[in-house]
Design a protein around this ligand. Structure first.
Ligand SMILES: [Zn+2]
Length: 110
């Protein structure tokens, strides 16, 4: 299971991980998948992300990065952190921003 989730960049949900791994491990329970994924997040091996909808998705890329969602296919792409810069710090001057993430949406040009 760890092999699958660390080897994919598809940002799977826990249910998607479960259905991918089940055929090769028929005794696997949904609870084990959930617990293992959460443990991997706690240990910093995976990052839990809410990129679109309310579902938590598991991301093997733990360094800061942004996402692009292809609205035609639902596929989620990783976008390098350096590509986008945060502007307009005025409203945030009393805060220390420790994390931000931009989710871009669009579709393939015709
Ligand atoms: Zn990602």
């Amino acid at each position: 299971m760890a092999e699958f989730v660390l080897g994919t960049n598809s940002h799977p949900t826990a249910d998607e991980v479960f259905s991918q791994v089940l055929p090769s491990c028929p005794t696997l329970s949904r609870a084990t998948v959930y617990n293992t994924l959460n443990l991997m997040v706690e240990r910093g091996i995976l990052k839990a992300q809410r990129i679109q909808d309310e579902l938590v998705r598991f991301d093997a890329m733990t360094q800061a990065h942004h996402h692009f969602v292809d609205e035609s296919t639902g596929q989620i792409y990783d976008i390098p952190w350096d590509v986008l810069q945060l502007q307009g710090h005025e409203e945030l001057k009393d805060f220390e921003v420790t994390e931000y993430q931009v989710v871009l949406r669009g579709r393939l040009k015709p």
